[in-house]
Ligand binder design. Sequence first.
Ligand SMILES: Cc1ncc(COP(=O)(O)O)c(C=O)c1O
Length: 365
Amino acid sequence: MTKPAPKDWILGISPYVPGKAAADDGRPLIKLSANENPLGTSPAARAALVAATADLATYPDPGAAKMREAIAAAHGLDPARVIYGTGSDELLHIAASAYAGPGDEILYVRYGFSVYDIAARRVGAIPVIAPDADYATDVDALLACVTDRTKVVFLANPNNPTGTMTPREDIARLHAALRPDILFVLDQAYAEYLDGDEDDGGMELAKSAANVLVTRTFSKIHGLAAERIGWGYASAEIIDALHRIRAPFNVTTAGQAAAIAAIRDSGWVDASRTHNRQWREWLAAEIAALSNHGLRAVPSKANFLLILFEGKLTAEAAMKGLWDEGYATRWLPGQGLPHGLRITIGTAEQVRAVAAKLRAMAEAA
Ligand SMILES: Cc1ncc(COP(=O)(O)O)c(C=O)c1O
């Protein structure tokens, strides 16, 4: 051995592919490729962030006490059981690290969030992929994949990249059927886009069950993706385990301040949700009108639509055509969706421009 060798399972990882911000020739594009908030950041959160940069020489509060209290107050939770991460990504990784290792299995659905594969392989665990039901989560198929070696189940709800929603009854049924020693990670990155009556009951489960971790993010509806702030809720025992391996000072001072102001600005969240619902439904109707050209949108409860191209116009051609209009969308061949384009719901003007271009391309194909 003449040089350090990474573990085999590390070399088995395909690096995360971020949403594009430019065309292949370097032209900058408007990003509808990473499910960010097209309305931006709450002015109150921005002001809090700027004020917090007055002191850059001191480490952030390692316990994020004020941020945990603000999150707990907004959601009716125990602040001692709120964990935080450098994005919810960190929480997904440390959940896998704390509960699985070489030879263990980590289970998630086909067309699940791509970080689950990385989180599993990174700790030497075996990723196990359950079949979907027309792009949606199939609880029975997921349960059929559980083995004695299953240690963690990841499920995003609403799911990315499909936007599909697993209803409350199915989440309860899935949880009830999982062995109690399996950690059930319910990734609610897009939960704020749901109407109240669409809640999947995950946070209630996390309050009482010993094996449920719910994760949330400030990157989506709160418009703070640049700051990398996520949080989660679980039993005191799970939170204790995660604290042992999270990075020290994992949320910056400015990030903590911005998150506190953002979670208190319910007006911004409500306006973002209302905008998203209106334009998601509008775009879905436009795509439905192109069904004779082989386009269809997977039913979505998130801030994006997965559009399937099953006619003459291909997803790749559509992506490139949208570059010419100045828009980046997410083509997903690496996730088994060479026929899929995931498009974030942008401003009204952006959504209209995207729809018009898709129509023109579909009709010309
Ligand atoms: C389902 C899901 N979970 C988690 C994340 C990670 O978000 P962040 O690390 O910014 O909190 C994303 C981001 O796209 C996501 O789609």
